[in-house]
Design a protein around this ligand. Structure first.
Ligand code: ADP
Ligand code: ASP
Ligand code: MG
Length: 426
């Protein structure tokens, strides 16, 4: 029998009607003769609402309790979905992350899955039930506490279940028709991509394309899981995210493949500038060791040419806004020791990333990107590149315009505007 894992995001189950619609869809899959395991997210924006509530109670909620609170969202939707399926005459059973055997490390708020022991899920499947698992949550064996996998983590639950149960396919149902060349809420002429490699998808997810949780893509890559991202609001074919077979030695990539897969943006980072750093060996190491101790994920780094007169230089880097304060405090405490002049903090930046495996074999991609931004009158503040990605930092309020300009310049525009079926995009 074929085993299908299906994941339904919050916008697909935002109210009772949505839950009933999704239940019907699951039952259809079951009736077609498949075993079905479902990972479900919290209803609509309820995770954000629970977060707001926590912050009304206290400015810094205790991480353990915050995870307890947030996992309640998925518990509500899993039980309602199981009830809805049962009322359609099919056996369904819901499980929390810990009941499903989703074992994680102890890192509250962004726990990593370390093992999946789906014993109870197998039993339920063997008894002919449809299995519903609460997304986004797990359990740590040492602390015996409930954890969450980070925002958007239900995608990762689905992929981990698909790998552990050796599913034939993992379907990610959302409020758009698949993975697009850019966020269709910002770039209306974004085009749906039929097939994308997991490598390119990883770069897009890392650059802010929240349609898939980055860890879900990593997990799928590592475990060889193929994903089908599609809409829960229609039956259209979505996007296949696949791991290509390694090409024979020396063979060029397929010339038919598009050069650019897509363009993404991210407004969640801030820029820290360490001003007046002595330009002598070892200073960058000192600075980034201090920042690393705060657990901040440094993304882009730029060091200016030092002034000949002073022998001082400036070093700028980006970190997630949520980690900015901790990095600033740590640096400030070490000012005398490192010997820099001052610190600057800028949280009004936006990052744009152009992604495509074809960049490896095509020259001139950066020139075209910079030209498009220049024609749109957008100033570039930082640049970084990887093999298949070019990222630039701009002012936060010009990043959406930059996205549209770059999308057009690389001939990615579709003829018709994309449809966004639901959700607030929050
Ligand atoms: P879900 O609740 O189903 O998990 P999300 O809101 O997490 O849905 O992800 C879907 C949203 O991702 C879309 O509504 C869209 O606005 C956004 N998005 C950003 N980049 C892309 C992209 N490249 N392709 C498709 N959607 C994207
Ligand atoms: N409900 C969680 C969130 O909003 C997890 C998810 O939807 O994937 O982040
Ligand atoms: Mg999501």
């Amino acid at each position: 029998m074929t085993l299908i894992v299906q994941k339904f995001g919050g916008s697909s189950v935002s109210d009772a009607e949505g839950i009933k619609r999704v239940a019907k869809r699951i039952v259809e899959t079951r009736k077609a003769g498949n075993d079905v395991v479902v990972a479900v997210s919290a209803m609509g924006d309820s995770t954000d609402e629970l977060l707001d509530l926590a912050h009304e109670v206290t400015p810094i909620p205790a991480p353990r309790e915050l995870d307890m609170l947030l996992t309640a969202g998925e518990r509500i939707s899993m039980a309602l979905l199981a009830m809805a399926i049962k009322s359609l005459g099919h056996d369904a059973r819901s499980f929390t992350g810990s009941q499903a055997g989703m074992i994680t490390d102890a890192h509250h708020g962004s726990a990593r899955i370390v093992d999946v022991t789906p014993v109870r899920l197998r039993e339920a499947l063997d008894e002919g039930a449809i299995v519903i698992v609460a997304g986004f949550q797990g359990f740590n064996r040492d602390t015996k506490d409930i954890t969450t996998l980070g925002r958007g983590g239900s995608d990762t639950t689905a992929v981990a279940l698909a790998a552990a149960l050796d599913a034939d396919i993992c379907e990610i149902y959302t409020d758009v028709d698949g993975v697009f060349t850019s966020d269709p809420r910002v770039v209306p002429l974004a085009r749906k991509i039929d097939r994308i490699t997991s490598e390119e998808m990883l770069e897009l997810a890392a650059s802010g394309a929240k349609v898939l949780h980055i860890r879900a893509v990593e997990y799928a890559r590592r475990h060889g899981v193929t994903l089908h991202v599609r809409s829960s609001f229609n039956n259209n074919e979505g996007t296949i995210v696949y791991n290509p077979a390694p090409s024979p030695e020396g063979e060029e990539s397929n010339v038919e493949d598009p050069i650019i897969a897509g363009v993404a943006s991210d407004l969640s980072e801030a820029k820290i500038t360490v001003v007046g750093v002595p330009d002598v060996p070892g200073k960058a190491a000192e600075i980034f060791t201090i920042v690393a101790r705060t657990d901040a994920n440094v993304d882009m780094i730029v060091q200016n040419v030092s002034s000949a007169a002073t022998g001082l230089t400036d070093i700028s880097f980006t970190v997630p806004k949520s980690q900015g304060q901790a990095a600033l405090t740590a640096l400030s405490n070490a000012q005398a020791e490192v010997g820099f002049e001052s610190l600057q903090y800028d949280d009004q930046i936006g990052k744009l990333a152009l992604v495509g495996a074809g960049m490896r074999t095509n020259a001139g991609v950066s020139a075209k990107l910079f030209d498009a931004l220049n024609k749109a009158g957008i100033n570039i503040e930082m640049i970084s590149t990887s093999e298949i990605r070019i990222s630039v930092v701009t002012r936060a309020d010009s990043v959406n315009e930059a996205l549209r300009a770059v999308h057009t310049a690389f001939d990615l525009d579709a003829e018709q505007a994309a449809v966004v079926h639901g959700g607030t995009g929050r």
